[in-house]
Design a protein around this ligand. Structure first.
Ligand code: CP3
Length: 375
């Protein structure tokens, strides 16, 4: 198969992301063409022709065309321009035969939408001007009204559905991960303030988590109503907790989110980093598919979440910085541990790093698709 490192055709940053002619893995819809649905089938643990693959942070700085469109603008400003969101969402799909798109957004979008003052500091992450630490601060977290508060996101999802020939994933930060940014005021290594509030002021913690679960659920339901065909809940930083604290102080709120999604008919993915000891509890909280990082071998992770769940993962994103032979060997290792069982969605254990060579990701997609053939 022809392999390109640069997209063919003129880059049309403000266009509707129509795929340049003949592009590998064109994800834009040809009229009457069927949806490539192996991602949704795997989420439902149905048999698939090839293992589906997509990447967390598949839109991002590792793509030169992403940098060209984004420039220096704040990412949250970018998220308010539906046509740019469409373009950024489609860019990785023009490069590789990915089996799902994830709408270009950020976990802080619904919080900003209800009036929290937040910006995303380049190279650092979200910074919240006035952290939430006292009872009185909760008043600043009102309910989310998606059609009024985040119409751009919903518009982008509607536009994307008209363009895509692969399923579209919507997402939200989970209550704990959102709480961490709100309480710390920014990224944190040990999440000390968040955990201190959780342990020292359980009533305030419960009220904060209830509110965040409500915002998270409303945000996800609105994305599904607009056309998202699966949703992922990112509890990226929950691995900071031990099982006891997770079970008592986080699980009930994450469970409320997943219970609120049941019956919508879309698969749900529940992802966290450093969650080896939490996987069973995360599965108990909910999610048709549990996302796992690279710290637990995929087969061991599957044992922990149980056979009635799918698993998503789990190649270490840093492996992609190594020579291709290493990438290949490690990726085949992940597939071997999945053992061809229905319910595996290939992904990285966390997001694509900005220094990742595009070509390594392209070859990885082809490897995953080829390796599963006839397996
Ligand atoms: O996956 C995709 O392609 C969709 C886009 C996406 C973004 N953020 C865009 C983005 C998704 C799924 C997210 C989710 C998100 N945002 C999470 C959960 C996933 C994870 O990585 O654990 C978290 C924790 C955030 C908060 C956040 N936003 C961080 C930590 C950063 C990195 C800051 C930096 O500069 O390194 C961001 C910014 C951000 N969000 C970027 C992208 C592509 C990179 C910044 C840029 O392009 O300038």
């Amino acid at each position: 198969m022809e392999r390109r490192t640069e997209p063919r055709g003129v880059l049309r940053p403000w266009g509707f992301g129509r795929s340049p002619e003949g592009v590998v893995g064109s994800a834009t819809r040809m009229l009457g063409a069927p949806m490539r649905d192996r991602f949704l089938r795997a989420c439902r643990r149905e048999p698939v022709d090839r293992t589906p693959v997509w990447f967390m942070r598949q839109a991002g700085r590792y793509l030169p065309e992403y940098a060209a469109v984004r420039g220096d603008r704040d990412i949250l400003d970018t998220c308010r321009e539906p046509e740019v969101v469409v373009e950024l969402t489609l860019q990785p799909l023009r490069r590789m035969e990915l089996d799902a798109a994830i709408v270009f957004s950020d976990i802080m979008v619904p919080l900003e939408a209800v009036g929290v003052s937040v910006r995303i500091a380049h190279g650092t992450g979200p910074v919240v001007a006035e952290p939430i630490r006292r009872e009185a601060d909760l008043a600043r977290l009102r309910d989310l009204e998606p059609e009024a508060d985040e119409p751009h996101l919903l518009e982008a999802i509607r536009l994307l559905r008209a363009e895509l020939s692969v399923p579209l994933i919507g997402f939200s930060g989970a209550p704990f991960t959102l709480a961490s940014y709100l309480v710390e005021g920014g990224p944190s290594r040990d999440h000390a303030r968040t955990k201190a509030l959780m342990l020292g002021e359980p009533t305030l913690w419960a009220r904060l988590m209830e509110r965040l679960a409500g915002i998270c659920l409303t945000h996800l339901r609105a994305q599904v109503a607009a056309g998202a065909q699966a949703v992922q809940v990112f509890d990226s930083w929950v691995g900071a907790l031990g099982p006891e604290d997770y079970e008592r102080s986080v699980l009930p709120y994450s469970r409320a989110v997943f219970q609120g999604l049941a019956g919508l008919g879309v698969p749900t993915i529940h992802f966290g980093v450093g969650t080896g000891e939490l996987l069973g509890l995360m599965a108990a909280a909910g999610g048709d598919v549990i996302g796992v990082d690279w710290r637990v071998p995929l087969d061991a992770a599957w044992d922990r979440v149980g056979p009635e769940r799918g698993v998503q993962g789990n190649l270490d994103p840093v492996v992609l910085l190594a020579p291709w032979e290493v990438v290949r060997e490690r990726a085949l290792g992940v597939l071997r541990r999945a053992g061809g069982r229905p319910g595996h969605v290939f992904n990285l254990g966390h997001g694509v790093l900005p220094q990742t060579p595009v070509e390594s990701l392209q070859r990885l997609v082809d490897l995953v698709h080829g390796a599963a053939e006839g397996a």
